[in-house]
Write a protein that binds this ligand. Structure first.
Ligand code: NCD
Ligand code: ZN
Length: 349
């Protein structure tokens, strides 16, 4: 049994850091482990311009504890009215690494999202030309579609035509949750990839109702059946470069989740890498963790791999029931559970 493992420092290719006073409490967990993160733009109001992204980036850097190295990679929030000129500005800025497509109403703070792909053809064409990736929240919002089918229907109705209409567009299907999405990405043309979260690898939908309703296990896309979880585990540990790490760590206060209408989002940054390690180990695939966590994402985005390294040691620890989050607290993924791996050190060189 291995007791230590040293990896090139990983990056998180899908992260919510929020804003304002609570942001410092979120980013500290990510900066503890990850070298860089793709930061989601679903603030209120959303990050729609390069100037917004630059300002948000400065606020994140200002919230970092001194001595930590962490680079926020910024994204723009695509709307029906995103001008082509904004895409060009984003690429020229050097700070924006992707544009996020939220179908309007699909998830937390997505009201300003895209109402129809037909409306964003021009910005997508320019993104394809300039090599700026489109990051997709892959769920339809049609109320006639069963909540658990929203991702599979999105693949057919939206993603397949989109992949064809823009044959050179780089596309990340974010936080895939179904066997159908895994199969789609595996057989898609080059330039179509997916991120996978720790919670979708660890839990199936029964977890939401274990002994009662568990609001802290509610996220979007919602957890699916066991057969889907198994497909995700197989994809993540396959060594295929199309699948890489994106936590979708999305903190909400305990108050806003434990409510009559609770928010969607699971906070995992406190233990994400450690939990991925646990999953890979259970599959006998620890030797593939580094590529999933530290290589494939950087390669897809056309960025240098990190040069620093991180060491995990086998040292079981118990996840606290809550972490501070602004004025309130956040209930983390795997609260109260024992995690087998612990970060020993980051070696910056
Ligand atoms: C995210 C959030 O809270 O911002 N929630 C979630 O359930 N994943 C939004 C998102 O990524 O869908
Ligand atoms: Zn997200």
């Amino acid at each position: 049994m291995m007791s230590r493992i040293t990896l090139t420092r990983p990056d998180d290719w899908h992260l919510h850091l929020r804003d304002g006073a609570a942001m410092a409490d979120a980013v500290v967990h990510s900066a503890r482990v990850f070298g860089r993160a793709i930061v989601m733009p679903n603030l209120k109001p959303p990050v729609v311009t390069t100037d917004d992204a630059r300002a948000y980036r400065s606020r994140i850097l200002a919230a970092l504890p001194s001595g930590t190295t962490f680079e926020p990679l910024m994204t723009l929030y695509l709307t029906d009215r995103t001008p082509v000129a904004e895409i060009r500005r984003a690429v020229d800025s050097g700070v924006v690494q992707g544009v996020k497509l939220y179908p309007a109403g699909a998830t937390t703070n997505s009201d300003a999202g895209v109402t129809s792909i037909a409306r964003v053809g021009e910005p997508l064409a320019v993104m394809a030309e300039l090599g700026l990736p489109l990051l997709v929240h892959g769920e339809v919002t049609d109320p006639d579609i069963d909540l658990f089918d929203r991702e599979a229907v999105f693949l057919e109705r939206v993603l397949a035509p989109l992949v064809e209409a823009h044959p050179r567009l780089k596309i990340v299907m974010e936080h895939v949750t179904t066997a159908e999405a895994v199969a789609f990405v595996e057989s898609a043309r080059d330039g179509v990839v997916a991120t996978i979260t720790p919670h979708h690898l660890l839990m199936n939908r029964n977890a939401i109702f274990e002994g009662g309703i568990r609001p802290h296990r509610y996220c979007l896309p919602v957890l699916k059946r066991e057969r889907h979880r198994l497909a995700l585990v197989a994809a993540a540990t396959s060594g295929k470069s199309r699948f890489f790490l994106g936590t979708d760590s999305a903190p909400h206060t305990v108050e806003t989740k434990e409510a009559s209408c609770g928010c969607a989002g699971i906070f995992s940054a406190h233990a994400a890498l450690e939990l991925y390690a646990q999953i890979f180990e259970a599959e006998g695939a620890l030797d593939r963790l580094q590529a999933f966590a530290s290589f494939f994402g950087a390669d897809f985005y056309g960025l240098q791999r990190n040069t620093d390294s991180i060491t995990l040691v086998r040292n079981p620890w118990r996840v606290p029931s809550a972490y501070r989050f602004g004025e309130g607290s956040v209930s983390p993924l795997a609260a109260g559970d024992t995690v087998m791996w612990q970060v020993e050190e980051i070696d910056t060189h």
